[in-house]
Each structure stands twice: as structure tokens, then as C-alpha cells.
Design a protein around this ligand. Sequence first.
Ligand code: ZN
Ligand code: ZN
Length: 224
Amino acid sequence: CDACDGKGSKNPNDVETCPTCHGAGQVRMQQGFFSVQQTCSTCRGQGKIIKNPCNKCHGSGVADRQQTLEVTIPAGVDNGDRVRLSGKGEAIRDGQSGDLYVEVVVREHEIFQRDGADLYMDVPVSIADAALGKEIQIPTLDGRVSLKIPEGTQTGKLFRLRGKGVKPVRSSMQGDLLCRIVVETPVNLSSRQRELLKELQETMDGEDSKSSPKKKSFFDRLFD
Ligand SMILES: [Zn+2]
Ligand SMILES: [Zn+2]
């Protein structure tokens, strides 16, 4: 309580040592042969009596206060990690305040999905880039890097970029970034593009086409 400085009364002279327990907060009771220690009923274990209690804390010496705290989140924290704010927990009278623990919940990211120290991301590529190959720019946590898409890359292919993942708080092992290729079907074609694709389609319609290995084996198995 900041009104009484934790003393329980604005005037320090209004705080008296309990005459029953002499400030100990405990009294000894004789029961037959036994001596039993009990909490002092006069001061309820406080060891002192407050004649004119502080009206903010009603003599408890502790009061509620709202406070905005700044928390430093270390790089690499994950769900369930806790950051300790020493002395910012519950206050107790005449003692050290407890600690406040802030538990981290990591928000979903638009691009990256996290799996421990590793990150996953979907990389959309056009059918032309997937078929012919291309070097593309992809985002990582520390800037753009180039990724070489080899000729004939299929959807679902994973490329691992070592050391481009997350470095967990309690580990020196930096994770990897795994890029999952998603070949995108072209939409909103111009008439020229449509013409070119049609031409491509005709060249690929032959029965012994080697250009679509998956499709070929699929139909082969179906007809068998
Ligand atoms: Zn007070
Ligand atoms: Zn007492």
C-alpha cells in the first residue's frame, strides 16, 4: 500500500506491538503436560495491533494497483515458454513480493508454420517455372534468399534450407526452413496464353507421352 507505505496505518504511532504475544504472533498454551503453540487471537498472528488503520488497505499494508509492465521476449521462444518478472507477483505484508510469470503463446504466421526449431512454408510456382526450372527469391526470417527450382519439379517437393529456421531459446541448434513447392494451375489466361497451352496440350496427348510420368502410370494401372 503506497498510502501507508505498507505499515497499515498512516501514523506509525498507531501501530503497536501486540501486548498478548509481544510481537511474536504466536502464543504458548499449557494443556496438561503439553505446551501448544497457537496463532495469537488478539492480533491474528500479525504481532501488532493497528489502532487507526489506513483506509486504503484497511490495515493490511497491501493494496491493489494496476501497472503496465514491459516484457522482453527472447528470440526463439515457443508455446508454453515462461518469462519471469522478478518481484512483480503477489505482494505480501512485510515480505518479498512473489514473481510474475508470463507464458508465451506464439501467434500463427501468414507464411511460416513452425515445428519446433524447423519452419515450413508453401512456395507457389507456375507450371512453366516448375517444368523448365528457375531460380526464385523466397523470404526467410533474416531476409530473402534465392532457391533454385530444378527442371521438372513436382508439387509437394521439399527443399531444405539449412540453418534458416528458428534458434530455440535453450538450444544452440538452429533449425531449417523447409520449402514445400506448390505448382499453381494458371487462371485468367489471355487468348495468346490459351493458344500456347492448347498447343502444348496437343503435343502431350500422345499415348506414350513421357512428359507426365505420374499420369501415364496412373492410366496404365487403371487400364490393366
Ligand atoms: Zn495502507
Ligand atoms: Zn498478538
